[in-house]
Design a protein around this ligand. Structure first.
Ligand code: UT7
Length: 330
């Protein structure tokens, strides 16, 4: 028997129907479509709206994925949800998604690693497959960023949107799937990117609400500097570790925070534009949703054996890269 690796055998995304364009933002904050487009690459993003939570987007992706794969929910062993916008502080959004999807024979938990959440969760889930313990693991990346964004803070609100994606992991013995990962974190970064209130440090009070402390606080320029350096660095590191030259990489699947950060990463890896997945213009930064949403958008173009590098940087700080070989033709 060959070594067991964890292969992605299906992917599904979900974005809410409501579109918020740059022109819409021009009506509520002092900004322009031109500024947002040139500084970030974003033209529009999706908004979930009131009365629904992150689990509602997660379950949309999970239900469609199970249907597409013709898999009964009872076959799932484990569901991991990466999110920084859980439905509730507890229980875990993964528990809620499992309940809504009728997944009854699995255990489930959340991973909080902000924009790196999906790659943290993918790497974690892969290990349960590699040990031979589980046969079907779902990894969900979902965030309702609009629930923690201050639409009076023009430097931050323009980049975020809502969305989700899910992948199915199954064992593979042909050497396909997740082959390596480099994952990092540095909690000092919390001074530059944080949601200050709502947790045990600053539980909700009238004062925390009045001070708008339940919204994302981001020092954009500082985060940008760390993101540009570290996302490029870790992507180069995973190529080195796996003896990959630029021509060996078929696709870069970057976290979608800012087109300039993506371009810097691709350039460090020596990749031409046509090998880089970019959908930031239509969804903005959906935090844990960006990478599975890219895989979903590009699924039909991916071929069995393609070398993919997934790369992200985000709040925490957290960052990292995954090297995987795509396992199927659609
Ligand atoms: O995914 C999680 C990790 N997060 C990131 O990776 C985000 C990283 N940071 C960024 O992408 C960028 O820093 C932003 C897109 C958030 C901001 O872009 P920037 O080029 O760093 O702009 P800035 O904050 O340095 O602001 C430049 C100027 C300022 O005006 P002055 O002081 O030069 O007169 C801002 O007040 O642009 C102004 N500005 C805006 N103008 C129009 C800031 N936001 C806006 C806006 N519209 N929305």
């Amino acid at each position: 028997m060959g070594k067991i690796t964890a292969a992605i055998t299906g992917v599904q995304g979900y974005v809410p129907e409501r579109v918020m364009t740059n022109k819409d933002l021009e009506k509520i904050i002092d900004t322009t479509d031109e500024w947002i487009t040139t500084r970030t690459g974003i033209k529009e993003r999706r908004i979930l709206g009131d009365g629904k939570g992150t689990s509602d987007m997660g379950v949309e992706a999970v239900n469609k994925l199970l249907k597409k794969k013709n898999i009964d929910p009872s076959e799932i062993d484990l569901l991991i949800c990466a999110t920084v916008t859980p439905d509730y502080p507890f229980p875990a959004t993964a528990n809620v998604i499992s309940d809504k999807a009728g997944i009854k024979n699995a255990w489930s938990f959340d991973i909080n690693a902000a924009c790196s959440g999906f790659i943290y969760a993918l790497s974690t889930g892969a290990q349960f497959i590699e040990t031979g313990k589980y046969k079907k693991v779902l990894i969900v990346g979902a965030d309702k960023m609009s629930s923690i964004i201050d639409y009076e803070d023009r430097t931050t609100c323009v980049i975020f949107g809502d969305g989700s994606g899910a992948v199915l992991l199954e064992p593979n013995e042909e050497g396909l799937g997740v082959l390596d990962s480099v994952l990092k974190s540095d909690g000092e970064g919390r001074k530059h990117l944080i949601q200050p209130a709502g947790g045990s440090m600053n539980p909700p009070t009238h004062e925390t609400v009045d001070k708008r402390m339940h919204y994302v606080y981001q020092e954009g320029k500082a985060v940008f500097k760390y993101a540009v350096t570290n996302m490029a660095e870790v992507s180069a590191e995973i190529m080195d570790r796996n003896n990959l030259e630029s021509e060996d990489v078929d696709w870069l699947v970057p976290h979608q925070a800012n087109l300039r950060i993506i371009d810097a990463t691709a350039s460090r890896m020596g990749l031409p534009d046509d090998k880089v997945m970019i959908n930031i213009q239509k969804y903005g930064n959906t935090t844990a949703g960006t990478i599975p949403l890219c895989l979903w958008d590009w699924e039909k173009q991916l071929k069995k054996g393609d070398n993919l590098v997934l790369s992200a940087f985000g709040g925490g700080f957290t960052w990292g890269a995954i090297y995987l070989k795509w396992a199927y033709n659609s």
